[in-house]
Design a protein around this ligand. Sequence first.
Ligand SMILES: *[C@@H]1O[C@H](CO)[C@@H](O)[C@H](O)[C@H]1NC(C)=O
Ligand SMILES: *[C@@H]1O[C@H](CO)[C@@H](O)[C@H](O)[C@H]1NC(C)=O
Ligand SMILES: *[C@@H]1O[C@H](CO)[C@@H](O)[C@H](O)[C@H]1NC(C)=O
Ligand SMILES: [Ca+2]
Length: 223
Amino acid sequence: MRWSCWGQYSMRTDTTMRLLLVAAALSCAGAALIPEPEVQIQVLEKPFLCKRHSKNGDMLLVHFDGFLQSNGTRFHSTYADNNGQPVWFTLGIREAIKGWDRGLKDMCVGEKRKITVPPALAYGKEGKGKIPPESTLIFNISLMEIRNGPRSHESFQEMDLNDDWKLSKEEVKAYLKVEFEKHGSQVNESHHEVLVESIFEKEDEDSDGYISAREFTYTHDEL
Ligand SMILES: *[C@@H]1O[C@H](CO)[C@@H](O)[C@H](O)[C@H]1NC(C)=O
Ligand SMILES: *[C@@H]1O[C@H](CO)[C@@H](O)[C@H](O)[C@H]1NC(C)=O
Ligand SMILES: *[C@@H]1O[C@H](CO)[C@@H](O)[C@H](O)[C@H]1NC(C)=O
Ligand SMILES: [Ca+2]
């Protein structure tokens, strides 16, 4: 539980309490001064009918223009640079910048958005190519189509116990154990070892001992 900024004021004000109040006030001020970087989303156009909203794990076909906020330079455009072709993007697996995973959620086909992405959720201190370090980026994005991703993103997150965006053998084993128990099966350790090894043989394409979000999303056999 985090300290709440509210509710501190009813405390007794003996010396200790006064110190605590000061500490709480300072941490609240600190939190206010250093806001969490967030993506600003402005909906430019929304279709009248929306059957489906984009969610993590979905594949999105998008057209977009990307601009530097600093001077308005357009650094990329699918209209101009990609033979005019929109691009496929899988939501929620950090395929592009973090700002896209946050800024393209709950979007309808036919919707247009302008998103403003702070550097921490884009290319950060390093920058990349035409994008200088510490750049805030502005995209306007049109969503053309949504398709099911080949794998459920929810199950990946469920399995990724320490949120490092890759699955270790321990994590896969823990998941199998829970799944087997859910279905009322006896848990057989040595059977699970064998199962985990065969899963990794198939899924861990670069053999680094982990199944990355990308490896998970793009392979076709179901776990
Ligand atoms: C993005 O915004 C600019 C400026 O408002 C506009 O000229 C351009 O057509 C927009 N592009 C898209 C994909 O909506
Ligand atoms: C805008 O900024 C970028 C990066 O700093 C620079 O490369 C570009 O020349 C600038 N464009 C204009 C029109 O000032
Ligand atoms: C556990 O699994 C191993 C390997 O699949 C199998 O040889 C063994 O008979 C199983 N043991 C039990 C108690 O089911
Ligand atoms: Ca791997």
